[in-house]
Design a protein around this ligand. Sequence first.
Ligand code: ADP
Ligand code: UDP
Length: 240
Amino acid sequence: MEEKLLYAGKAKQMWTTQDEDQLRVVYLDQATQLNGKQKEHFAGKGEAAHAISDLIFHYLIDHGVETHLIKKLSEKEDLVEKCAMIPLEFVTRNTVAGHFASRFGLEEGTPLSQPVEENFYKNDELDDPFINESAAVALKMATEEELTRCWAICRQVNQLLTPLFKKAGMQLIDFKLEFGRRSRDQRVILADEFSPDNCRLWDQKTHHHMDKDVFRRNLADLTTTYQEVYSRLQSALEED
Ligand code: ADP
Ligand code: UDP
């Protein structure tokens, strides 16, 4: 059976495999902003984002989180469980930044008294609009039970990763997760990726950005920044 390109995304490609319940993910050497309207090539970025995401997903799996990751296939590729994706982004914010700062006229870096949880409808043409739970359920994007499970996993991820990043000298400002129904049994699991493409990380001491904002705001080299995040995480895990 020929392997087909199922989906060409902004940061990754999803390929079919010989097993209809599994996909091959290829991380690309590119970064986009404004929902794909601006795209740039960065040599080594795909490999660095992939290395970080695999390290994080293994850490989460070791701590009981169910994810789509089956195994690494190469420096840029993973084998994953195929999912029917829930078309929502699950954003958790620990500190004010990005659109949350501009939307409410707040200063970036303001701590939040408790994590803020927001859903966005994943749709580039509509610029990923904010959506609340009742609309997501009414529009049959997910059931209430599925949303409850997804948010419970988001909280677990935040509780696991905030101290891990802290140990690596970074502050986990916010992050976006995606979930899908595993095609072999419909179980809702954590899918997509966890890399500085979908989270904000600030250096603990200098507050320098160590995530995709270095590209969005033209602050530093993206690949070098991601490589630094990876090596810090690796050192933090070796100390464990
Ligand atoms: P985007 O769609 O935002 O451009 P990517 O370039 O990262 O993002 O593309 C990856 C796509 O694959 C996303 O649409 C994501 O929802 C989807 N995806 C991630 N994990 C899985 C999975 N296990 N099964 C099916 N689709 C997935
Ligand atoms: N995010 C993402 N994909 C999106 C929008 C946001 O991964 O399409 C991530 C983003 O990297 C950040 C968090 O979600 O870690 C919150 O992003 P925000 O709403 O502040 O929007 P942004 O300013 O990043 O566009």
